[in-house]
Design a protein around this ligand. Structure first.
Ligand SMILES: C[S@@+](CC[C@H](N)C(=O)[O-])C[C@H]1O[C@@H](n2cnc3c(N)ncnc32)[C@H](O)[C@@H]1O
Length: 436
């Protein structure tokens, strides 16, 4: 039998696949060593080929390269590069879509249990797409010449945990216009039609007026600056927002609608309320929240990215009750950034922005994957909102940030989870915390 210390890249062992874990893999064990196996389903028996790991490591990574006992919910992937050694974008193309959602629900529930001590039944709701395909409105393609450098360039997507590029000319999780854009970029690359020095092509399919865009990115990360219009029809209203084509926008074509409706419903903001919309981006939630609080209310949106803030200001034009505040959330709330030196003093708190009101009725926050962190969450609680709506793209960060809210008397009242990234392990949560 292969011993735990012999589990090095290339070695294959037959394993029984255990539970799904956060990150798109399942947990198996061999000779006492944990193996994170991709392309497997809990309950299966598979031949796992080690892809990363060395003797003495706490765990090794592996791909299921042969299925010895398949789960009944195993399906043929729609994409030819979705399997072991292929594109790293999709983790779950081999799993029937309903079961993907069940696996993600288990991950969210497990993160809440482990990191926040909360027992919750979680349901992952589908968005409007073609059974988990045809949804992405943005894809960033890498451009490379491959080994040697004198071969013709090609476009592709990165392998899992690697810089290597898998050539593609189609991506079934992209929506129809973006798929056409990918095919066009692949043809351009083959024909030598990309500008010299292009390292990536961003394919962007906005929901408002305008065709799909192909933006060539140079090795300093720059591309032509283009603004696009995104139309959001949600809760019986229609909004059109201006966004930088390469700036943050929810990638699932139905996500802006679903998240706006979920946030409005959770926030329960009414006429005259004072609301903070933290990590606001270009104002996806700010604009409908401003409509909800009306002319007597107030919405303060905080966003650190200068370009996104410029679009935010443009999107708030005519909404006198809404103000855009450019800055980091921790800075404007007057919270010390952990580990940062400020004027020679480690972590000294900056002055709180005068535009942040002393109290708020509702706080909405939609931080990046790392979460908001304890100091920011505590500062939010100190504003005394009746409701905190936390939009989370990482359930582990949400679970970690739940504890400081609980310390201040906020309990998790409702949790919705959305399948905003089908075929991948990612899942979006909208958590509602109430005071008292
Ligand atoms: C997940 S996006 C959400 C944007 C918006 N709610 C939406 O759905 O379109 C997070 C946003 O937070 C911004 N951001 C990241 N770190 C930040 C910080 N420390 N302070 C303020 N904004 C930040 C990013 O630029 C990005 O626009």
């Amino acid at each position: 039998m292969t011993s735990a210390d012999q589990l090095v890249p290339g070695v294959e062992v037959a394993v029984d696949v255990g539970p799904v874990a956060h990150g798109g893999h399942c947990v198996a064990r061999h000779d006492g060593r944990v193996i994170f196996v991709r392309h497997a389903i809990p309950g299966e028996r598979v031949l796992a080929r080690v892809t990363e790991g060395a003797p003495g490591d706490r765990f090794v990574r592996a791909d299921a390269v042969r299925v010895l006992h398949p789960d009944a919910r195993r399906v043929e992937p729609s994409c030819p590069v979705a399997g072991p050694g292929g594109c790293g974008g999709c983790d779950f193309q081999h799993v029937q879509i309903g079961h993907q959602r069940e696996l993600k629900a288990r991950v969210v529930a497990e993160q809440l249990r482990r990191l926040a001590g909360l027992d919750r039944d979680v349901v992952v709701e589908p968005l409007d797409d073609a059974g988990g395909l045809g949804y992405r409105t943005r894809v960033e393609l890498a451009v490379t010449t491959g080994e040697g450098g004198d071969a013709p360039p090609f476009v592709g997507l990165r392998r899992h945990r690697s810089h290597a590029v898998v050539p593609i000319s189609d991506c079934p999780i992209a929506d129809a216009p973006v798929r056409e854009g990918i095919a066009a970029a692949a043809a351009d690359a083959r024909a030598g039609g990309l500008d010299p020095g292009t390292v990536a092509v961003d394919v962007v399919g906005p929901s408002g007026e305008g065709d799909v865009l192909l933006l060539e990115v140079d090795d300093s990360g720059d591309a032509e600056r283009v603004s696009v219009r995104e139309r959001v029809e949600a809760a019986g209203e229609s909004h059109e927002l201006s966004v930088d084509a390469r700036g943050f926008w929810q990638v699932h074509r139905d996500a802006p609608r679903a998240f706006v409706e979920a946030v409005l419903d959770a926030a329960g903001a009414g006429a005259g309320d004072r609301v903070l919309d933290l990590y606001s981006g270009v104002g996806l939630f700010t604009v409908p929240l401003a409509a909800a609080v009306g002319a007597r209310g107030q919405v303060v949106a905080v966003e650190s990215d200068p370009l996104a803030t410029r679009h935010l200001e443009a999107n708030l034009a005519g909404l006198d009750q809404a103000v855009a505040l450019r800055g980091r959330v921790d800075d404007v709330l007057g919270v010390a950034r952990s580990g940062r030196r400020q004027r020679g003093r480690r972590g000294a708190a900056p002055a709180r922005s005068p535009l942040i009101p002393p109290s708020a009725d509702v706080v909405v926050l939609d931080p990046p994957r790392t979460g908001a962190g304890g100091p920011v969450v505590r500062a939010i609680a100190q504003l005394g909102p009746r409701t905190v709506v936390y939009v989370a793209c990482d359930p582990a960060a949400l679970a970690r940030d739940t504890a400081p809210l609980a310390e201040h008397g906020y309990r998790l009242d409702a949790l919705r989870a959305f399948d905003a990234f089908p075929m991948t392990h990612h899942v979006e949560c909208v958590a509602t915390f109430q005071r008292g």
